[in-house]
Design a binder for this molecule. Structure first.
Ligand code: CTP
Ligand code: MG
Length: 229
C-alpha cells in the first residue's frame, strides 16, 4: 500500500544503437518508458515513483511524465555512470515514509499488473526478493580464448529480471557498503548477496523482457499483439 518505485532509466542504450536513449522509442502507441511508468501509476499498492535519467534526458522525461499524466512520479533525478549509481540516487530521493522499495528497469515495459501484484503477494514476507525465469538455452562457461570449460546444470539457473523488492534499510545498506568498496553488480540483489543477505527468487514471466537490442523491440510489439487476442 505504501510502496516506492525506483525506475533506472539513465542508460545510453548502446546495444540498441538508436543514437539516443532506447526508452524513448515507441512501442505501439507510446514510448517504452511511458509503458513502464504507466504500469506502476495504475497500481493501488504504489504511492510514489522516482525516475532516474541521464542529465541530457531529464527534459524529455519531464515532458513524458506530464504528457501521460503520471501523477505518482514525485521526482526525476540525474543518474550515474553505472546502473547501480542510478538506483542509489533514486532510492535516496524517495520520501522517508517509504519503507518498501521496488526497483524496475525502465527498459522492461511488458510487466503486467497481475504479474506485479502476484509478485508483491509472493514476496510479502521477504526482506529481499527478485523475479527470474528458467533458462531455455544450455549455458556453458568459456575461457577468454573461447574454449568451453564446462556446462552448467540448468535446473538451478535463472535469468534474472526486475521487479526486485527490498526493505529500504537493507537496500540502502547494501548500496552504501558496495559503493564504499567499489563493488559493482549488474542488479541490486547482487549487492545484498555480496553483503551476505538472503535473497528470495520467485518465478517471473518470460514476456517480461528487457528491451536491449533491435530485435527485442520487434518481439515486444509481437507480445503486445498477442495479448490483444
Ligand atoms: N540504467 C541506468 N543508469 C545507467 C545504466 C543503465 O539507469 N548508468 C538503466 C537503463 O536505462 C535500463 C536499465 O538500467 O533501463 C537496464 O540497463 P540496460 O538494459 O543495460 O540499458 P542501457 O545501459 O541503456 O543499454 P546498453 O547497456 O546497451 O547501453
Ligand atoms: Mg547497460
Amino acid at each position: 500500500v505504501n510502496i516506492g518505485i525506483v525506475i533506472p532509466a539513465a542508460g545510453q542504450g548502446k546495444r540498441m544503437g538508436a543514437g539516443y536513449n532506447k526508452q524513448f522509442l515507441a512501442l505501439r502507441d507510446k514510448p517504452i518508458l511511458a509503458h513502464t511508468i504507466g504500469l506502476f501509476e495504475e497500481s493501488d499498492y504504489v504511492s510514489e515513483i522516482v525516475v532516474v535519467g541521464a542529465e541530457g534526458d531529464i527534459p524529455t522525461i519531464e515532458e513524458l511524465v506530464s504528457f501521460y499524466d503520471l501523477k505518482k512520479v514525485v521526482k526525476i533525478c540525474i543518474g550515474g555512470v553505472l546502473r547501480q549509481d542510478s538506483v542509489r540516487t533514486g532510492v535516496r530521493a524517495l520520501s522517508p515514509t517509504i519503507q518498501r522499495i521496488v526497483v524496475h528497469d525502465g527498459a522492461r515495459p511488458l510487466l503486467t499488473l497481475p504479474a506485479f501484484h502476484k509478485f508483491l503477494k509472493e514476496t510479502e514476507t521477504n526482506s529481499a526478493a527478485i523475479m527470474g525465469v528458467p533458462i531455455k538455452d544450455t549455458v556453458k562457461q568459456v575461457d577468454s580464448a573461447g574454449n568451453v570449460l564446462e556446462t552448467l546444470p540448468r535446473d538451478y539457473l535463472r535469468a534474472v529480471q526486475t521487479p526486485q523488492i527490498f526493505d529500504r534499510g537493507i537496500l540502502e545498506e547494501a548500496h552504501e557498503r558496495a559503493s564504499a568498496s567499489s563493488y559493482y553488480g549488474t542488479d541490486d540483489a547482487s549487492l545484498l548477496e555480496w553483503i551476505g543477505h538472503p535473497v528470495h527468487m520467485v518465478e517471473g514471466m518470460q514476456e517480461n523482457i528487457k528491451v536491449t537490442t533491435p530485435e527485442d523491440l520487434w518481439l515486444a510489439e509481437r507480445i503486445l499483439t498477442m495479448r490483444e487476442k
